[in-house]
Design a protein around this ligand. Sequence first.
Ligand code: ZN
Length: 219
Amino acid sequence: MIPGGKVYSEDDSEYTQTSVSKRVEALFLNNVGLVVTREQIIKAATNPKTGVQPENWHQRLSELWTDKGYTILSWRDWKELAPSEYIMPHTERRATAAKRVIPSKKCWAAVLSRANNCCEWVEDGQKCGLEAGDIDPVGGGTVKLTPDHLNPHSVNPNSDPNNPEQWQALCGRHQVMKKNYWDSSTGKINIEAILQSVNEKQKQAALQFLLRYYGYELK
Ligand SMILES: [Zn+2]
């Protein structure tokens, strides 16, 4: 798939761009066609002034794909890669990535009517079903439904704004879930991404949960 096969980057430089996103982008642009490891990404993402490692580097990485339109392959896309290895095969960007398609007013009204004004997220066969204006019992806050484009790689996105079949109504919590933690290639929750994105305290709580679950003695 990649001419020349799998070659590792030896990039060990410090990146000084002003945001996590820009530093990670610079790392990949400096290493086009080379395998970049998780460690190298974390090093580049680390704040050059404070030395703080960002918890959310994984989200910034997926935004290079979703928002900036770059192609970045992981082990899911190219079998020769190991988990935690990534590669930007070229610097071309998809033109449609930056342009956000939104449904027309009429289309969105049709979606809401189909959805009975409730979140249409389905997980393990269970519909979320929270209604606009409800209080979200899990995430807290008042439920507000917003449109989610069902097929991000749609062949003809220009026809989609008027097609209710291409949209679903999602509550805020499930918009975040879909954007960051849902792996559309496998249709499963990306648990690793969730754990990477939460703070230290939450990671510790998850670890304690697993230790307890597997019967380890806790100190
Ligand atoms: Zn929901």
